[in-house]
Design a protein around this ligand. Structure first.
Ligand code: IPE
Ligand code: IPE
Ligand code: MG
Length: 259
């Protein structure tokens, strides 16, 4: 996308203009542990290499025409991992913001972090808030980091928020529809993902963007995340471009012959 393309252009495209290029790509960055294991290294070194892959991919995304990139960094289920691995994943988020925030801010990237803040240590909450505050006025590119994120947790949080409005007398149950519900999800500020990529060869969603994936194209790439980069992103975009998105309707070519 050109450096002048802003979020208004992003929402115009999201509102139905034909988009050959996926505006919003979401990635389940998977395979760090296996990458390390194959090298006889501890898993945490796979996560460190994964951060380098993230930096390469973020750098390459605007050139691939992507306006919003959402990456799954830590799931609500990842707390089940050994404590030292969890603390390394926390440390890496902090180190990423500390090392890259200036550059991201300068380059017009808006950083948003989705997921539950409750349960994160105060220093992690602080670094998330700092990244969001510092880049709040940027609109060239959006980087959404899903951290302590779970699709089910996000849906439950939205449902709780609506129930509280009803309890306070600010809404009625009959008011609830898809648009209102969606507005209460942590992803409400971004258009729905056009494509969800998962690396490492696993073929599952693992609690990522459960509501938002309704009409996303799914692309599975066999590369382990630490080996990922702009060429793999370009390949995912090319695969997406070969898909026929019908949203429950029929292909444009078939309308004339539908009878
Ligand atoms: C993805 O890599 C990173 C996170 C889940 C934080 P994994 O750590 O899941 O790597 P594998 O799946 O064990 O190879
Ligand atoms: C999903 O990967 C979470 C992230 C990439 C952050 P996992 O590796 O945790 O998922 P499962 O356990 O294979 O389903
Ligand atoms: Mg994994």
């Amino acid at each position: 996308m050109s450096p002048t393309t802003g979020l208004q252009d992003i929402s115009a495209r999201a509102n139905g203009a034909a988009a050959a290029t996926p505006l919003h790509v979401a990635i389940i960055m998977d395979g760090n542990g296996r990458w390390a294991k194959r090298r006889g290294m501890p898993r945490v070194l796979g996560h460190r290499a994964g951060v380098a892959a993230l930096k390469r991919t973020v750098e390459g995304a605007p050139a691939a025409g992507v306006g919003v990139l959402t990456v799954f960094g830590f799931s609500t289920e990842n707390w089940r991992r050994p404590a030292h691995e969890v603390s390394e994943l926390m440390r890496l988020l902090k180190a990423y913001v500390d090392s890259d925030l200036d550059r991201l801010a300068r380059e017009g990237v808006r950083v948003r972090v989705i997921g539950r803040r409750v349960g994160l240590a105060p220093d992690i909450q602080e670094v998330i808030e700092r990244a969001e505050r510092r880049t709040a006025d940027n609109d060239r590119f959006v980087l959404q980091v899903a951290f302590n994120y779970g699709g089910q947790a996000d849906i439950v949080d939205a449902a709780r928020q609506f129930a509280q409005k009803v309890e306070r007398g600010e809404a009625k149950a009959a008011d609830l529809d898809e648009a209102l519900f969606e507005s209460m999800l942590s992803t409400a500020q971004a258009p729905a993902p056009d494509v969800i990529v998962r690396t490492s060869g696993e073929r599952r969603i693992s609690n990522f963007l459960l509501w938002e994936c309704a009409y996303a194209e799914l692309v599975f790439q066999d590369v382990l995340w630490p080996d990922y980069g702009p060429d793999h992103l370009a390949a995912a975009v090319a695969e997406y471009q070969g898909r026929d998105r019908r949203y429950g309707g029929i292909a444009a070519d078939d309308v004339a012959v539908a009878g």
